[in-house]
Design a protein around this ligand. Structure first.
Ligand SMILES: C[S@@+](CC[C@H](N)C(=O)[O-])C[C@H]1O[C@@H](n2cnc3c(N)ncnc32)[C@H](O)[C@@H]1O
Length: 292
């Protein structure tokens, strides 16, 4: 027998699903759940603490963005290298772009400045405030939608030319519901820049440097509470990532490694973000298009 617990938390109904199979589980997983609530709460805390992924990019220059998109920059200034591959930014003026799980005013600022019609979906209200702040700062319109990336029902079918997903896939247990919703909201031929984390190195212990960072979580463990405060991250295996995209009706066009490892700094402090990224492959992107 499937076991379903309903928990009332303020105005939120939170679902814990245990032993629910088949279509019912697929349906229930599309609704906001405890995982999404816990991760949203953690990200609200990150916003309150002004952490790196929550500060809008307010000193971008359109000319530099255009050069980056055309591959004309020899040295890519930080933080632009976080928007990769650069060609995903080419010809976006006038296009309908969804920045998925991208709250904070970073990706939306880049697309907005390049003239795209930008919608941002994020589960964290404080992050979306950063997108509105960036839009006001530069003077372009933006639509912000607070939603779980697994349930884009606030958005119509086939209304985007490009979906750019920020580093975020680790926050959902399964990639399938995200791929299905992205496929629904994309126009035929539309592009999806899917986020993925390297499953081998995802849960590396970066607290201790001993001539290397330790892989201490068994590869079979799918879920880790990284923060000690309820927020959870999930490992997705390579076959789930790639076969999931194919099964959802996408054609793979390109795979792009995050370029962070090429920021080589011999003086980087062990344990610092720079040092970690020099040693541990973090994420990659898969560029796909919707077949029909
Ligand atoms: C690492 S940040 C990435 C966004 C940021 N703009 C950046 O600089 O890359 C991860 C984002 O995912 C969002 N997020 C986490 N779980 C989510 C979910 N289930 N649905 C939508 N957004 C989610 C968080 O609120 C956060 O804004």
């Amino acid at each position: 027998m499937p076991t379903i617990f309903w928990i009332m938390l303020g105005n939120h109904k939170t679902l814990t699903i245990d032993n629910v199979d088949g279509n019912l589980k697929g349906f229930l997983m599309n609704k906001p759940d405890q995982i999404a609530d816990a991760n949203a709460q953690w990200w609200e805390k990150m916003v309150a603490e002004n952490c790196g992924f929550t500060q809008p990019w307010l000193d971008l220059e359109r000319e530099v963005l255009e050069q980056y998109a055309k591959g004309q920059l020899e040295n890519v200034p930080k933080p632009l290298d976080e928007i990769y591959p650069p060609e995903i930014l080419a010809d976006v003026a006038g296009k309908d772009v969804l920045c998925l799980a991208s709250g904070g005013g970073q990706q939306s600022a880049v697309f907005g400045l390049l003239g795209a019609n930008v919608t941002v979906v994020d589960i964290t209200a404080g992050q979306l405030a950063g997108d509105r702040q960036a839009a006001e700062h530069y003077g372009y319109p933006v639509r912000t939608v607070q939603a779980d990336m697994r349930d884009l029902s606030a958005l119509e079918d086939a209304c985007f030319d490009l979906v750019f997903q920020a580093p975020s896939m680790a926050y959902v247990p399964d990639v399938g519901p995200v791929y299905a919703e992205v496929g629904r909201v994309l126009r035929p031929g539309g592009l999806y820049r899917a986020d993925a984390q390297h499953p081998v190195t995802q849960f590396v212990d970066t607290d201790v440097w001993d001539e290397g960072y330790r892989i201490h979580v068994p590869y079979g463990v799918r879920q880790v509470e990284q923060t000690g405060e309820g927020a959870r991250e999930f490992r997705h295996y390579l076959d789930e990532i790639f076969n999931g995209l194919i099964a959802a009706g996408f054609m793979i066009r390109q795979v792009a490694e995050a370029p962070y490892h090429i920021r080589y700094d011999p003086d980087a402090e062990p344990g610092s973000w720079e040092h970690i990224l020099m040693h541990v492959p973090w994420s990659f992107a898969i560029i796909v298009h919707k077949l029909s």
